[in-house]
Design a protein around this ligand. Structure first.
Ligand SMILES: Cc1cc2nc3c(=O)[nH]c(=O)nc-3n(C[C@H](O)[C@H](O)[C@H](O)COP(=O)(O)OP(=O)(O)OC[C@H]3O[C@@H](n4cnc5c(N)ncnc54)[C@H](O)[C@@H]3O)c2cc1C
Length: 362
């Protein structure tokens, strides 16, 4: 590889944006190719709840990645205007009180700054809360960002060249990827980085690599603005909500799959039910009206964990010049994964944060 390789990043969602910014921090000027502007919708990023967190210790390796990512976000937030948290700190009671206590103990043992609050303490910090939980997990270091604005600002700050172009496939020479084929013709580079979310498997198939996904739908409801009353990210068993700087609430249902593939009227009814639920949980400063609802598709590799790294062909041999990054929790993980990915692309060193999350041959 040349000292300053030419890099193409396919995708301008939050993952492509994080990679572009981290590349710029390593002195590179990537070319970002994307089928559509992220603000135009259609991407998981535009439909995201965009909470940046590390507050689950179920899998210590995954926790380590998310915690490293949160620290990287903190660095970037010092460097770039417009990507700060719009909602700061987390209050979480989506688990029974005993499980919450166990989670707090586990996270504390891992050095994560988290506390278990009583219901009264939670209510004191969330003055408009009507439904007081028995207990809540609290951490002050997490937050939520404005999803489209954050991806856009990261790409701007990277100085990357952005071109709207649909990539139809990868170009290879021997065991090496040498570029991509777009609707406008071929574009060549030393390194192609795929950050195309749910489209990643289709692009990998053009070079004979299979990537299994278990993507799921996620509902996001945006309210019309109301007077600002909520500074934090709040997640209960059947709702999660934070409030943007402009007063709009971002409301989601459960973190699991959105089960039935709904028709439009069902979607609308579900969205209104989510807003009604928030009105029972909080004493809102005014009635909540719906501004928009989206059904986004979370890009989730099979097994649920991120897939980050060089791509083995079915015979196990690595295809040079190609690097893939696809995951759910692209906001939480994006900064940390980008840091590790650029390190691997440039030095060949795979850091411990991403070591368990490589591409596996199918
Ligand atoms: C409802 C919902 C809530 C979520 N909440 C959270 C959360 O709270 N915290 C969190 O961390 N994550 C959350 N996620 C997940 C997170 O939003 C995703 O992991 C993340 O947005 C994925 O980003 P991405 O850049 O990989 O993909 P995308 O945002 O989908 O971007 C893909 C990019 O690739 C481009 N592209 C695709 N195909 C091609 C092609 N052939 N040629 C050129 N360009 C192409 C697209 O134009 C786009 O720019 C949520 C997701 C949903 C749907």
């Amino acid at each position: 590889m040349t000292a300053k390789p030419e890099i193409i990043i396919v995708g301008a969602g939050i993952v492509g944006a994080c990679l572009a910014y981290e590349a710029s921090q390593r002195g590179l000027s990537p070319l970002v190719l994307a089928s559509a502007p992220v603000a135009g919708g259609g991407s998981a990023t535009a439909a995201s709840w965009a909470w940046i967190n590390a507050c689950s210790a179920d899998d210590p390796s995954y926790f380590r990645l998310r915690h490293a990512s949160l620290r990287r976000w903190q660095v970037w937030q010092q460097q770039i205007d417009g990507i700060g948290f719009s909602a700061r700190e987390t209050f979480l009671w989506d688990l029974p009180a005993d499980d919450l206590a166990a989670a707090v103990a586990q996270l504390t043992a891992l050095g994560y700054p988290v506390a278990l609050l009583t219901g009264a303490e939670t209510a004191a910090r969330l003055p408009r809360l009507r439904e007081r939980p028995d207990a809540a997990l609290h951490t002050a270091i997490e937050g939520a960002v404005e999803p489209v604005a954050t991806a856009t600002r990261l790409i701007e700050a990277s100085g990357a060249t952005v071109r709207q172009a649909h990539v139809h496939g990868l170009i290879t020479k021997g065991r090496r990827v040498t570029g991509v084929m777009t609707g406008d013709g071929p574009v060549h580079a030393d390194e192609v980085v795929l950050a195309a979310g749910n489209a990643t498997p289709t692009l990998l198939q053009t070079v004979g690599i299979e990537l299994e996904m278990q993507s799921s739908d996620g509902l996001l409801v945006v309210s019309r603005p109301v007077e600002r009353f909520l500074e934090a990210v709040v997640a209960g068993p059947d709702f999660h909500v934070w409030q943007r700087a402009d007063g709009c609430l971002l409301v989601g249902g459960s973190f699991g799959a959105y089960a039935p593939r709904p028709g439009l009227s069902t979607l609308h009814r579900n969205a209104l039910a989510q807003l009604a639920r928030i009105e029972t949980v909080f004493d809102c400063p005014g009635p909540l009206e719906m501004d928009s609802v989206t059904l986004g598709r979370r890009p989730i590799p099979a097994g649920g964990m991120p897939r980050v790294g060089r791509c083995p062909k079915p015979d196990g041999e690595i295809l040079e010049g190609l690097y893939t990054v696809v995951m759910h929790s692209g906001f939480s993980n994006g900064a940390g994964v980008a840091l590790a990915a650029l390190e691997e692309i440039l030095s060949g060193t795979r850091t411990p944060e991403i070591a368990p999350f490589g591409m596996v041959p199918v």
